[in-house]
Design a protein around this ligand. Structure first.
Ligand code: NI
Ligand code: MN
Length: 225
């Protein structure tokens, strides 16, 4: 699998011939000024919840690429009213098959409201499974015992928030990885705004001390994972 970090919680994962774009927030991210959202490719767009720092560029990217949207029912319905009719509205615990991939919407402890104040359903994360293995994108979440349930997916890696304040911080993310049984974590939701600024070297050291690897790719960097 290949993963390109596009800043904040936005990941582009390439697996089994599909480009999966998760939580596109690029044009509003001052740290991602060198990324042009108009050049981002996607076959599938996954939105974990309705907050602007996860959905800002979704509409434009969905319309330009013709990608299929996966999110909760309320968010997919909201985008449907904007003319995006290729959407799969799910709910917590449900999975759907697209090509060789299985996409499951799993629990997150957070909130969800769309940019215009509309109800954004329950927030979630995703487990994407395919021939190349499975990965998790947690969206915005607190540490929760439900993460133990993800062990069964034998995750190759997990994208976890580490910025604290609005989500888990580093210490809780280490515990989350342990509950999930995952050794490799891609950190997200940090440094974008002042309240979520962290010491990245200290974060890596905290993960290493627990026998885990914290990957913090540069914004725009594509890694093999
Ligand atoms: Ni949020
Ligand atoms: Mn957020």
């Amino acid at each position: 699998m290949h993963l390109t970090y596009l800043g904040h919680s936005c990941m582009l994962v390439e697996t089994s011939g599909s480009k999966i774009l998760i939580d596109p927030f690029i044009s509003g991210n001052t740290l991602a000024k060198h990324i042009d959202p108009a050049t981002v490719e996607a076959d599938l767009v996954l939105l974990t919840h309705g907050h602007g720092d996860h959905v800002l560029d979704a509409e434009a990217i969905l319309k330009r690429t013709g990608a299929t949207l996966f999110s909760n029912y309320e968010i997919v319905t909201w985008y449907g009213k904007k003319g995006i009719d290729k959407g799969v509205g799910m709910n917590i615990g449900g999975a759907t098959t697209v090509g060789q991939l299985r996409i499951k919407y799993v629990n997150a402890i957070h909130s969800s409201e769309l940019p215009d104040g509309s109800y954004g359903g329950n927030p979630g994360g995703f487990v994407v499974s395919g021939p190349e293995g499975a990965f998790h994108h947690a969206g915005d979440t607190a540490l929760t015992m439900d993460m133990q349930l993800l062990k069964r997916h034998a995750l190759k890696f997990a994208c976890l928030p580490i910025g604290d304040h609005f989500t888990m911080g580093v210490d809780d993310a280490v515990e989350a990885a342990q509950l999930m049984g995952v050794k490799t974590v891609v950190g997200m939701h940090y440094n974008t705004f002042p309240p979520i600024t962290i010491d990245t070297e200290q974060a890596k050291a905290t993960f290493a001390k627990a026998g885990l690897t914290l990957l913090l790719p540069a914004i725009g960097e594509r890694i093999t994972i």
